[in-house]
Design a protein around this ligand. Structure first.
Ligand code: AMP
Ligand code: ZN
Length: 661
């Protein structure tokens, strides 16, 4: 046997032992024998670097030093999950999606929500190519060398895996390993780590992968991403398990809310005996088709939800209440607390939301209150301890005037919040609105941050968004901290923002209740600022996701002469106040509704949909009597084929469809 053959034999053998151990739960060799084979392989590889393989089992030992982790954009965004905390909220979620779909849903999966660091891994030809952290969801850090050291992450796959795909998982540090790590740290006189989750994500960012290899991390996989030929989430994950991924057996298929609650209850009991931490359960719609119909909000998939187990609670003293003014004038009461440690962070403040909430909780200054961290980062006050209330505690008097501009507060019928309605003159609101406008999610104006906005306001240079477009170098140069270069940057940033699309402008205006998603919907529906401003109550209400609260807010906004004037000014400065009209390539598919299903060879599903729209067609989300035809790719589900044939909807192959155009 040549050296090369021996190396390959050892690699194959070690991959196989790993698969048996992690997937089939079988030990084919003793640890000692495994280590000996690994050592032999290591020695051979070192002596024969020409046979290097980045996915050799020896990569688990580490040895790579990474100084800077490169930023990598995810092929598909990594979303967060919306949270629920009660059976009621879970039921609401099911109702919401059923309403959206217009049909009942009775095919779901339940999984544990592992509490660690999420990771996206790309496999090409069965080998791990890249592992990237979630980061901000759009892009993360590439930590491949460190991830390769995690023992149950397969470096080579088996079976019928797709040529290229992404898979997502959670990297966790089991409790026992966490404990041992901390014992070592304490013995060495170092600060112990706070919790397994942060330690897991910290471990991925160690510069020396040999060090990561020392930590007993594990990865649990919970989703495939991209266009793959599986019709359900369950099928995809079952496949993934057969290729070598650890897909926990705790995953279960359920068909009703009762079954979901049983699952939640069962794991709620078992949670404390698990060797790792979970912070809840994740429920997902099983059918990929239905998932696609439901889609995403700006933050999370509509087809999945997490159910959180009750958060940790601590008790601390309520020292005082202060009031914050938001950019829309909404007043938020904030509890100032005696600092206390909660789930690993020091908590000093908690939102009290509104006057009703204070009344409901029946709080007094000086009370000992129970604080909890729910799904949000901001802690919540759950109640107070009656035993520890003094006799003289004074009830909390809700303020009647804006803490910033002093004008009387108003409370709109049906809304919980008090508002300062002096929006034209209330400094915090003005500054907040302009900061929102220049912010990253809105106009993303370079060269001007929150502090600059405050400074310009204080200098009397800006009072409205429109004033940004009136700024000149002569205004700015005399200001402190404004060198020629920053001035040039700022002015160039402002000028460039005129090119930002209408949806960003609309979101940037900061109209109460009009978030990113609603702004996009309005733009799609009305196309221009003019049409939107003149839209009737009913027309506005007809838009998806737009309810009465939003409609009223929009109408009040556009009826306000000051805002009209400002929009007029923005138009004069050349901002984009209408949706870009998409260049239509032809009108060949005019009047046709086309459904796309399956996997395609020449282009992605999204490209195909774009193509349909470019030729004037409409993309349908599911096969119905209105469907003109289906572009059918490989592995279109049998249920759909049957439906199409029942309704007499023709199937067209990718090839034929492209020829048609
Ligand atoms: P959150 O960070 O609370 O918005 O929740 C989303 C995160 O939950 C994802 O990014 C995953 O890292 C994590 N997660 C843990 N277990 C699961 C699971 N079974 N399915 C989906 N996400 C999960
Ligand atoms: Zn005010």
């Amino acid at each position: 046997m040549t050296i090369k053959e021996r190396i390959e034999q050892l690699r194959e053998q070690l991959h196989r032992y790993n698969y048996a151990y992690y997937i089939e739960d079988k030990s084919l060799v003793t640890d000692l024998a495994f280590d000996q084979l690994l050592k032999e392989l290591q020695a051979l590889e070192q002596a024969n670097p020409q046979y290097n393989d980045p996915n050799s089992p020896t990569q688990r030992v580490g040895g790579n030093i990474t100084k800077n982790f490169p930023t990598v954009v995810h092929a598909e965004r990594m979303y967060s999950l919306d949270n629920t905390y009660s059976p009621q909220e879970l039921g609401d979620w099911i109702k919401r999606i059923e309403k959206r779909l217009g049909t009942p849903v009775n095919d779901f999966t339940c999984e544990l929500k592992f509490d660690g660091a999420s990771i996206n891994m790309t496999y090409v030809n069965g080998a791990l190519e890249k592992a990237v952290t979630r980061g901000d969801g759009t892009q993360g850090d590439e930590v491949t060398a460190n991830v390769k050291t995690i023992k149950n992450v397969p470096l080579r796959l088996q079976g019928d895996f797709p040529e290229r795909f992404d898979i997502r998982g959670e990297i966790i540090l089991p409790l026992e390993g966490f404990k041992q790590l901390n014992e070592k740290r304490l013995a060495a006189g170092e600060e112990p780590y706070r919790n397994p989750r942060n330690t897991a994500s910290g471990s991925l960012k160690l510069q020396d992968s040999t060090e990561t290899a020392q930590r007993p991390l594990e990865c649990f996989f919970y989703a495939l991403a991209g266009d793959l030929p599986y019709s359900t989430h369950w099928e995809g994950l079952t496949k993934a398990r057969s290729w070598g991924f650890t897909v926990p057996n705790s995953m279960q298929a359920v068909s009703s809310i009762e079954e979901m609650l049983d699952y939640i209850k069962k794991w709620g009991y078992q949670r404390d005996t698990l060797p790792f931490e979970i912070d809840g359960v994740v429920i997902k719609v099983n059918s990929i088709d239905v998932q696609e119909q439901l889609g995403f909000t700006a933050k999370s998939p509509r087809w999945a939800i997490s159910y959180k187990y009750k958060a940790e609670q601590v008790s601390t003293r309520l020292n005082s209440v202060s009031y914050q003014v938001g950019r829309t004038g909404a007043i938020t009461p904030v509890a100032n607390l005696e600092p206390v440690l909660l789930s690993g962070t020091i908590v000093k403040r908690a939102s009290l939301h509104n006057a009703d909430q204070i009344e409901k909780l029946n709080l007094r200054v000086g009370d000992y209150v129970y604080v909890e961290k729910g799904g949000e980062i901001i802690p919540k006050i759950m109640g107070f301890d009656p035993e520890r209330r003094g006799d003289l505690a004074a009830a909390i008097q809700y303020i009647e005037h804006c803490p910033d501009c002093g004008s009387p507060l108003e409370r709109i019928e049906g809304e919980a919040q008090h508002y300062c309605i002096n929006d034209a003159n209330c400094p915090t609101q003005i500054i907040g609105k302009i900061q929102h406008f220049v912010g990253r999610k809105a106009m993303d104006i370079e060269g001007i941050g929150s502090e600059t906005v405050s400074l310009l306001y204080q200098q009397g240079l800006i009072r409205t968004i429109a004033d940004l477009y009136r700024l000149t170098a002569d205004d700015l140069l005399p200001l402190e901290r404004m060198a020629q270069k920053s001035v040039d940057n700022l002015l160039a940033g402002v000028a460039a923002s005129k090119k930002q699309p209408f949806a960003k402008v609309l979101f940037g205006l900061g109209i109460r209740h009009v978030g990113e998603t609603v702004a996009k919907r309005l733009v799609k529906h009305f196309g221009s600022m003019e049409a939107l401003a003149n839209a009737s109550y009913e027309a506005l209400l007809a838009v998806d996701d737009v309810g009465e609260k939003i409609v009223e807010s929009l109408q009040a906004y556009f009826a306000n002469p000051q805002q009209q004037e400002m929009i007029h000014a923005l138009r004069g400065f050349g901002l984009t106040l209408a949706a870009e009209v998409k260049q239509q390539v032809s009108s060949q598919l005019e009047g046709k509704t086309i459904v796309v299903s399956g996997v395609f060879e020449r282009m992605s599903r999204n490209e195909l949909k774009q193509l349909i729209e470019d030729h004037g067609g409409k993309v349908g989300s599911s096969i119905s009597g209105k469907t003109s035809f289906v572009v059918a790719g490989a592995s279109m589900g049998p249920a759909k084929k049957e439906k199409a044939s029942q309704l007499g909807v023709p199937l067209v192959s990718e090839e034929d469809f492209l020829n048609m155009l």
